[in-house]
Ligand binder design. Structure first.
Ligand code: XIL
Length: 378
């Protein structure tokens, strides 16, 4: 990147922040340039808090430390929690520089009624992000889950299904244009059981295997500037699924499908997680294809009956993830799937078997994982 590029990116940050579009920075920039743009925000130049003297010193928040490393440090945003709990928004604005909607940008939220697009909740999140100079990742344009009643358990004629997806992709990408740093076009498209695509949900059945390339081309057409990702779980290390993903994505790229990055969800259990070495190896092979890698949904599940030892083990896992991302050539974003155990999806998703997956406890007390991330970023 040339100095003049840096200059123009800096001007772009100022101009877009002034226009309330601070969340719209391109993401696939080298970390140095990203560091510059993020630290501009965290230093308060474009932060509404600066005017009121509310800027927390850079070295005492994860956000401040992440800015110095040029890392996007994000959290999933729960609309329900945000609306009922003022502490929730305060901690997010202080500790994170990136947001992802936990649920409110999914198909069932945006198009609960077919053809009627309701952006109200997502717009409120975007306004919060812009106010606090945070970037936004958007997930997911296409998924087999989070379907509205009109799409659940349906098979549509092929052309009708393609039209549904095209309308949704164009509406979303048009509405949020310039305000989203990365789009997960497809979430969890691979089978968990073996080779091939996942067959659940209406899209595979209605359209066939070429639905994947179709939706990436549609997304690229809808917004040629947008950075398009594929996101999935259980492929953080060198798993069989990660191997299959690698071969598949390589083939899609060779056939000209516009994919710019891979999202590694990174939902792991404290007793079942990949080693830092294999995660680094996995990130490297995707980077070598010219793709960015983001860690998109990090949480580390502990048994409900938690011990101090579990919390220490969890802290080590968080620390390793951040160290690995920082050491990689192109892994500029790490997003947690929430930050306080008060609102984590884990107990509900595991029938109460696992819990305590995030970096703050239910009373917003930082856990050892918080200090471990700070150490990795320090
Ligand atoms: C989860 C949310 O956290 C829950 O609130 C919701 O009930 C179900 O979806 N992988 C994904 C996310 O890509 O969208 C999922 O989010 C968690 C697993």
């Amino acid at each position: 990147m040339t100095p003049s590029h840096n200059l123009s990116r800096r001007s772009f940050v100022r101009a877009s922040a002034a226009a309330g579009l601070a969340a719209g920075l391109p993401l696939l920039c080298p970390r140095r340039a990203l560091a510059e743009s993020v630290s501009i925000n965290s230093a308060g130049e474009n932060d509404p808090n600066a005017a009121t003297g509310n800027v927390t010193p850079e070295t005492t928040t994860l956000r401040g430390l992440a800015a110095k490393k040029g890392l996007l440090l994000g959290t999933a945003f729960s609309n329900g929690a945000f609306r009922k709990d003022p502490t929730y928004g305060e901690v997010i604005a202080r500790e994170f520089n990136c947001l992802v909607a936990e649920n409110i940008m999914k198909l069932n939220a945006i198009q609960h009624v077919r053809g009627e697009f309701d952006f109200t909740a997502a717009d409120a999140m975007m306004a919060f992000a812009a106010k606090h100079a945070m970037q936004v990742r958007a997930v997911p344009l296409v998924w087999h889950d989070a379907l509205p009643p009109w799409a659940k358990d349906q098979t549509f004629p092929r052309q009708e299904a393609l039209d549904i997806l095209r309308d949704h992709i164009f509406a979303m990408m048009g509405h949020f244009r310039g305000r989203v740093c990365a789009w997960d076009v497809l979430n969890e498209g691979l089978s968990d059981k073996g080779p091939g695509l996942r067959e659940e949900g209406p899209w595979f059945h209605s359209i066939g295997t070429d639905y994947v390339e179709k939706i990436y081309h549609m997304a690229h057409e809808a917004d040629p500037e947008a950075r398009l990702f594929y996101n999935d779980f259980d492929m953080d290390g060198m798993s069989k699924k990660a191997d299959r993903c690698y071969v598949w994505i390589k083939d899609l790229l060779a056939r000209g499908v516009p994919i710019h990055g891979i999202g590694l969800q990174y939902h792991v259990r404290v007793d079942q997680h990949p080693s830092p070495t294999e995660v680094a190896q996995n990130i490297r092979r995707f980077n070598d294809l010219g793709l960015a890698v983001h860690i998109t949904e990090l949480d580390v599940w502990l048994p409900t009956q938690v011990t101090a030892e579990h919390l220490q083990q969890q802290a080590e896992i968080f620390r390793h993830v951040f160290e690995t991302a920082l050491a990689a050539s192109n892994c500029p974003a790490v997003l947690l799937w929430g930050f306080t155990d008060r609102y984590s999806w884990v107990p509900g998703n595991t029938g109460g078997t696992f819990d305590h997956a995030l970096i703050y406890d239910r009373d917003y007390r930082p856990k050892p994982a918080y200090a471990a991330i700070a150490a990795a970023l320090g």
